[in-house]
Design a protein around this ligand. Structure first.
Ligand code: SF4
Length: 103
């Protein structure tokens, strides 16, 4: 979700992900030739910190907006969930839809 679309969701509200470093939400830039790769323990710490911000945020609409994207387009902490959690939720919803279509 872009900062512009966040403003459409909550034009008067201040949201933590707009006021903090983008790296907190998405991690460091992708490694290039021999570049830095975020260690797993640092990633867990960073995601926990971002999730704490989401817990205090009043704009939870970002989650459903993010879930409209396909699983392979999920990046970073958004709407109170990590990208892995959102991918799992999207796949579970797709499986449930497929099961309903069959029955
Ligand atoms: S819930 Fe999290 S990602 Fe969504 S607007 Fe709030 S701080 Fe940003």
């Amino acid at each position: 979700m872009t900062r512009m679309s966040l403003r459409r969701l909550a034009p008067q509200r201040r949201v933590p992900c707009e006021e903090t470093s983008i790296e907190l939400w998405y991690g460091p830039p992708e490694p290039d030739d021999g570049g830095y790769v975020e260690p797993p323990d640092q990633r867990r710490w960073r995601e926990r910190r971002a999730l704490q911000y989401c817990e205090s945020c009043s704009v939870r609409a970002t989650l459903e907006a993010e879930l409209r994207r396909p699983a392979h387009h999920q990046w970073g902490v958004r709407g109170g969930m990590t990208e892995r959690e959102r991918r799992a939720l999207i796949r579970a919803r797709l499986r449930a839809q497929a099961d309903q279509a069959v029955s």
